[in-house]
Write a protein that binds this ligand. Structure first.
Ligand SMILES: NC(=O)c1ccc[n+]([C@@H]2O[C@H](COP(=O)([O-])OP(=O)(O)OC[C@H]3O[C@@H](n4cnc5c(N)ncnc54)[C@H](O)[C@@H]3O)[C@@H](O)[C@H]2O)c1
Length: 270
């Protein structure tokens, strides 16, 4: 899984899963460019990487803005001379069913997740082709296969990312570019903490979410970063167009953990 000499872009790399991924890729030997719209936090994240002796840089970029993505990718290639890895991770959480979701919120959600990923792949792939090939990892979700209530735009956007993954994988396989997605369950990041705060009893929500995962807890960002790094590395050289579910067993039990807690299957035990 070593990535010495590799140049990587991580979108949304200021916090959460993206920041953990930037660190992991650096630890494996890559140089990492963080693209994010939150300059203050991203500068801090990149500063910490540099203090540890890693090669890293911050490029201000709203992934929803095509011209800015094009410029930011050009900055990365100018700075490092190549591009081998793209982690398309930037995301936002928005709530509402299809009736209560405004067109503005729908567009905002799709602009960041879907158009953001379109822009990132659109401008990363030519640079990868010029570098002899590369690997793309798109951060999707368990909500790429399933739905949770009151999250219509987010669920639909995460489903769309599966389509981008498969299209890119198919269209560029012959030119040495692989594309896969990682589908996390609940992960302890600022995004999830923000959602938890909305409930008024955040710790209770985190614990409840933990119980829904077969492993009995939510993920640490570094655990998702490990899966992303694997798919981005040459260790995954024959893996393309697929999705890796990293959910602590969230999707395993029929009917969710509540079904297990009902006591079914205990009859006759002992
Ligand atoms: N946390 C979870 O439970 C969870 C579960 C499944 C999937 N995900 C997905 O993982 C990804 C990362 O989420 P996270 O939990 O680390 O969230 P987070 O809020 O901690 O981090 C998201 C990052 O994306 C950046 N960002 C948001 N919009 C942007 C834009 N328009 N342009 C550039 N940067 C932008 C933010 O500034 C931030 O640095 C998201 O795609 C999210 O949907 C998260």
């Amino acid at each position: 899984m070593r990535m010495d000499g590799k140049i990587a872009v991580v979108t949304g790399g200021a916090t959460g899963i993206g920041a953990a991924t930037a660190l992991k890729l650096c630890e494996l030997g890559a140089s990492v460019a963080v693209l994010d719209r939150n300059a203050e936090v991203a500068e801090e994240t990149v500063g910490t990487l540099r203090e540890r002796g890693y090669r890293a840089s911050f490029h201000l970029c709203d992934v929803a803005v095509e011209s800015r993505m094009e410029e930011a990718m050009a900055e990365v290639v100018d700075r490092y001379g190549a591009l081998h890895v793209l982690v398309s991770n930037a995301g936002i959480q928005r709530y509402g069913d299809v009736v209560s979701t405004s067109a503005k919120v729908w567009d905002e959600t799709f602009d960041v997740h879907v158009k953001g990923c379109f822009h990132a792949t659109k401008f990363a792939i030519p640079a990868m082709l010029a570098s002899g090939g590369g690997a793309i990892v798109i951060v999707a979700s368990v909500q790429s296969f399933t739905a949770v209530n009151n999250s219509a735009a987010y669920v639909a956007a995460k489903h769309a990312l599966m389509g981008i993954t498969r299209s890119v994988a198919l269209d560029f396989a012959s030119r040495n570019i692989r594309a896969n997605c990682v589908c996390p369950g609940a992960v302890d990041t600022p995004m999830l903490r923000g959602t938890a705060e909305m409930t008024g009893s955040p710790e209770k929500l985190i614990q409840t979410l933990g119980r829904m995962h077969a492993l009995g807890r939510i993920a640490r960002p570094g655990e998702i970063a490990n899966a992303i790094a694997f798919l981005a590395s040459d260790a995954a050289s024959f893996i393309t167009g697929t999705s890796l579910i990293v959910d602590g067993g969230l999707l395993v039990p029929t009917g969710g953990m509540g079904f297990q807690e009902s006591g079914i299957g205990t009859e006759g035990k002992g």
